[in-house]
Design a protein around this ligand. Structure first.
Ligand SMILES: C[S@@+](CC[C@H](N)C(=O)[O-])C[C@H]1O[C@@H](n2cnc3c(N)ncnc32)[C@H](O)[C@@H]1O
Length: 279
């Protein structure tokens, strides 16, 4: 068992083994994206057919705190002339075998797409699955959806002693911005649209920094521990540091661990207390 918890560090190793060494019920939030089959090769040893994803997910459940949230960003890819179905198999496994709740599914819509096929539609989305160990202990909703008709609506009335209704002057108004829906759009790709850290593009499957920021802000508080067990170029760990969270990144590739460590050096924390948001 690794004691104390290796907070604010990047660990180079196989998550199937490293997660086993972390204390149970110790992590507040996780944000991760699995390796994509044989589409992208991460290390010389990487073998998509023998990839221990299920072992890793079982360990993931054990280290998550009760009330903690584990967010998976999953896209699909072609395998043996068929879509892999990975975005559908991961939630099934996590619900049935890890016994976590699927709290919400968000569609992450991208402005680009990787595999245009002549005989199909362009695939412009991935999935964000938010799993929780019991009821999530933290939720700070992002409220940036413009409310279209910001006019007073509905009439109020006061009930009289004889049961009749007397119209009142009081009017209900809507807020200018309200809670987001479940389709989130991000601009991705080159020209620093996914990351301000140039070298992150050397890792071919990064998710955008803004996506990581939105998830970390939604499901964790400053000071809490955020883990990515497929840390890659370190998008999760960098954004966790930026937002004043503690972080742990695990990746099997030494090259990506070095990249994630270098990237962390470029980050200055900006700590905003989410409880102050509405003051
Ligand atoms: C889709 S990428 C993650 C990219 C990351 N979200 C980012 O923004 O850079 C998946 C990562 O999983 C790592 N990986 C593959 N097998 C692993 C294992 N058994 N343990 C830990 N990391 C592994 C790969 O090296 C790769 O960096």
């Amino acid at each position: 068992m690794i004691q104390p918890l290796p907070i604010n560090s990047i660990i180079c190793g196989d998550s199937a083994k490293v997660l086993k060494e972390l204390p149970p019920d110790s992590i507040d939030m996780m944000l991760w994206s699995p390796p994509y089959g044989d589409l992208r090769r991460y290390t010389k040893e990487f073998d998509a057919n023998n990839f221990p994803l299920e072992n890793i997910l079982i360990r993931m459940k054990q280290v998550l705190k009760p009330g903690g949230v584990s967010v998976a960003v999953v896209g699909d890819f072609m395998m043996n002339k068929s879509k892999s179905g990975l975005p559908h198999r991961i939630p099934t496994f996590i619900i049935d075998k890890c016994l976590l709740n699927l709290h919400v599914t968000i569609i992450y819509e991208k402005n680009n797409f990787s595999y245009p096929r002549q005989n199909s539609y362009y695939e412009t989305h991935e999935y964000i699955f938010v799993f929780s160990k019991g009821r999530p202990k933290t939720f700070f909703p992002i409220e940036d959806r413009e409310t279209k008709n910001q006019k007073p609506w509905g009439k109020h009335s006061n009930r009289q002693w004889d049961g009749s209704l007397l119209p009142s002057e009081r009017k209900t108004t809507t807020n200018t911005y309200s809670r987001r829906g479940t389709v989130w759009r991000y601009r991705v790709g080159g020209a620093r649209m996914s990351s301000s850290y140039r070298r992150a593009y050397d890792q071919s499957a990064i998710f955008p920094e803004w996506l990581a920021e939105d998830q970390i802000n939604s499901w964790s508080r400053p000071g809490e521990i955020v883990l990515d067990f497929f840390n890659g170029s370190g998008t999760t760990t960098s954004m966790a540091k930026k937002l004043g969270r503690q972080y742990i990144g695990i990746d099997i590739s030494q090259e990506y661990c070095d990249m994630a460590n270098d990237r962390l050096k470029t980050i200055t924390p900006i700590i905003i207390n989410p409880e102050d948001k509405n003051e």
